[in-house]
Ligand binder design. Structure first.
Ligand SMILES: NC(=O)c1ccc[n+]([C@@H]2O[C@H](COP(=O)([O-])OP(=O)(O)OC[C@H]3O[C@@H](n4cnc5c(N)ncnc54)[C@H](OP(=O)(O)O)[C@@H]3O)[C@@H](O)[C@H]2O)c1
Length: 271
């Protein structure tokens, strides 16, 4: 069975629209030498922003020095409420240094070390949007307390922050985080009540790697020919509850991103 993520996104959008009736939120998205995939993602962000009355400007830049200048400028600009930087950054760029230039109160993707630190104290207002989207989907779909969750992938934007969020005492899942050096991955995923896959390999999680009736969250976005597919083999849907790709984690992530910009605008910097 596929999980209906579009209706989750819709309910978040409803709150965003209510907020944008009262304020004029503005998001700026910056990218250095973006590839086609990134440009297409930024355009979809723009379409979504328009539909929710969030003002949105995209800046395509040549190098990280200009990016740094722009981040300082927008961090000070009171008409800008949210700052989004497309990743990956060019080879050799210092990610921590770039993230540190974003005002933590406008850091809608939760990359600034201040916001990653807040996460350790259970403050999730600026948690990375994809991790926040997965928590939203899980909490609306199941009880997490004591459940065995296996996360495959440990990136700073998905696996790592998600593990911290699921361990928070009010959720208290038992979390295992796997990566390329994990041995006997299948043994671990087969034990899980919930499997989250964020590896970036099309069809990576096979039906034989999950148990009957498990809940599976597919974070992957892979372009295969002219199609976008996830990290989970679609056959998994026959034995588990699965988030679709497209129309799954991605739509909830964008809804949360826009909601955050609207909240920042309406609450004077606090989400
Ligand atoms: N839907 C959304 O909103 C959204 C948002 C962000 C990303 N994504 C998608 O999610 C996927 C992952 O993105 P990301 O940024 O988290 O990726 P990433 O930074 O490339 O990290 C990939 C992770 O997967 C692990 N991994 C790769 N191959 C593996 C294997 N064979 N076995 C076990 N672990 C493996 C890596 O392990 P090591 O650490 O050992 O290298 C790494 O931790 C991509 O398809 C991306 O497009 C979607």
């Amino acid at each position: 069975m596929f999980i209906d993520c579009k209706s989750i996104a819709k309910s978040i959008d409803e709150e965003t629209i209510a907020l944008t009736r009262l304020t004029k939120p503005k998001l700026v998205s910056l990218a250095v030498n973006p590839d086609e995939g990134t440009i297409s993602y930024l355009k979809s962000q723009q379409k979504k922003a328009k539909s929710l009355n969030v003002e949105h400007e995209i800046f395509v830049l040549d190098n990280v020095e200009i990016l740094s200048e722009k981040l300082l400028e927008f961090s000070k600009d009171e008409t800008v409420h949210g700052i989004f930087v497309a990743h990956p950054l060019p080879k050799g760029a210092d990610e921590l240094q770039v993230a540190s230039l974003i005002d933590p109160e406008k850091d809608v993707e939760g990359r600034n070390p201040v916001n990653l630190g807040r996460l350790m104290y259970g403050e999730e207002g600026f948690a990375p949007c994809t991790a926040a989207a997965i928590v939203e989907i899980l909490t609306r779909t199941t009880q997490l307390m004591g459940k065995n969750v296996v996360i495959v992938g440990r990136s700073n934007t998905v696996g790592l922050p998600l593990s911290v969020m699921l361990l928070r005492r009010d959720r208290s899942a038992t979390v295992t985080v796997c990566h390329t050096k994990t041995q006997n991955l299948e043994e671990k995923t087969l034990q899980a009540d919930i499997v989250v896959v964020a590896v970036g390999h099309a069809g990576f999680l096979k039906p034989e790697m999950v148990r009957e009736n498990a809940l599976v969250i597919d974070v992957g976005i892979n372009v295969v020919g002219d199609r976008v597919v996830g990290d989970v083999d679609p056959e998994v849907e026959k034995k588990c509850s699965l988030t679709p790709v497209p129309g799954g984690v991605g739509v909830v992530t964008t809804a949360i991103l826009m909601n955050r910009v609207a909240r920042i605008a309406s609450r004077g910097g606090k989400v």
